[in-house]
Design a protein around this ligand. Structure first.
Ligand SMILES: Nc1ncnc2c1ncn2[C@@H]1O[C@H](COP(=O)(O)OP(=O)(O)O)[C@@H](O)[C@H]1O
Ligand SMILES: [Mg+2]
Length: 326
């Protein structure tokens, strides 16, 4: 892929939670960039900091415990971390849009579909009355919501999970964001619907050259849709690479473990391997590499010194003392 213009650049982002139990470094020094029209995947086990990374970009870090304590999030050169809540609210409606695992976190249960979609359309286009309604119906049809003319009067809770997610995608279409963040958008859906939802997102990408951040724990989804991937473990990006390199020449034992747990075509679910050991406790992280207790390649140094980021190829970085051996 040619080097396209960078639309979002995250530099040394640290988002921490100050809880009664102690300090949780949910995102701890992440740096990455998103290019125009690119689909960037973020993968990692549950609790590794994927959602907090996206909420940091959106200016929606859970308060009061969570805080961006360091770093920059540059959108076309402007630092989003420095923006006010009001500025971020406008930014979210126009430039960046999130589809989450649970659409009900974004949908308002007391407004019908027409109201909510209409609101999203009006932020972009000066339409009212019948014209607005017709535009909404057109968009609902684009995301294959059947009987759009009547469904427009329905309330979110009257829709199935797949339909709610289609509605979110229709709102994304209305918003025409430059960046679409999809945080496990299909986790709650069955496989067929999942494929349709992802397909719709990719149509948005083709049509509007939208940049997408796609968060998932499903490497199969990553393989099909992403250009570039960040692998997260315990709040840190442990490997980043373009999609080909990630699958063919990965250098982090954790990435390797994730790939091994991917079921091969035709294999039954029970042969799925999972990474041995427990995910790390973010309240009690070791001084060294947090993957060390689960790592087959670990040597003594790994237990007391966190590995620095090594550039191991073009656009390929890894944090592992043993990358040469992997
Ligand atoms: N509201 C919160 N309060 C305290 N800690 C939180 C909160 N949300 C997330 N965390 C911490 O941040 C870590 C990363 O969370 P998250 O980004 O949601 O993980 P995931 O990779 O599953 O999306 C969690 O393991 C948790 O310890
Ligand atoms: Mg999450």
């Amino acid at each position: 892929m040619s080097e396209k213009e960078i639309i979002l650049e995250v530099r040394n982002l640290k988002t921490h939670f100050f809880t009664n139990m102690g300090l949780i470094k949910a995102v701890d020094g992440s740096s990455f960039s998103l290019r125009k029209g690119q689909t960037l995947g973020i993968v990692g086990e549950s609790g590794s900091g994927k959602s907090i990374t996206s909420l940091s970009i959106l200016g929606l870090v859970p308060k009061p415990a969570g805080k961006i304590v360091e770093g920059e999030i540059l959108y076309c050169g402007e630092d989003l971390v420095k923006k006010s809540q009001q500025e971020m609210r406008e930014f979210r409606g126009k430039k960046i849009f999130m589809i989450s695992q649970d659409p009900m976190t974004s949908l308002n249960p007391v407004f019908n579909i027409g109201n909510q979609l209409g609101e999203a359309v009006r932020r972009r286009q000066n339409l009212n009355g019948r014209n607005l309604k017709e535009k909404c119906i057109e968009i609902l049809k684009q995301v294959q919501i059947r009987s759009a003319e009547t469904r427009i009067n329905a309330f979110p809770h009257e829709l199935s999970g797949g339909m709610k997610q289609r509605l979110m995608i229709s709102m994304a279409l209305a918003c025409r964001p430059e960046i679409l963040i999809a945080d496990e958008p299909t986790t709650a859906l069955d496989v067929t619907i999942q494929a349709q939802i992802l397909q719709l997102m990719m149509e948005i990408r083709e049509k509007y050259k939208t940049s997408i951040i796609l968060i998932t724990h499903d490497l199969g989804v990553i393989a099909r849709f992403c250009d570039y991937v960040l692998v997260m473990y315990a709040g840190k990006i442990v490997e980043k690479a373009d999609i080909k390199t990630l699958f063919k020449r990965n250098r982090h034992p954790y990435t390797k473990g994730l790939l091994n747990s991917l079921p091969h075509l035709g294999e039954k679910q029970h042969r799925l391997m999972s990474i041995k050991g427990q995910p790390p406790d973010l309240l009690n992280l070791p001084a060294g590499c947090p993957f060390e207790p689960r790592c087959d390649y670990a040597v003594e140094k790994c237990s007391f010194e966190y590995p620095s980021d090594e550039s191991v190829g073009k656009g390929h970085q890894v944090s592992c003392w043993r990358w040469r051996e992997i």
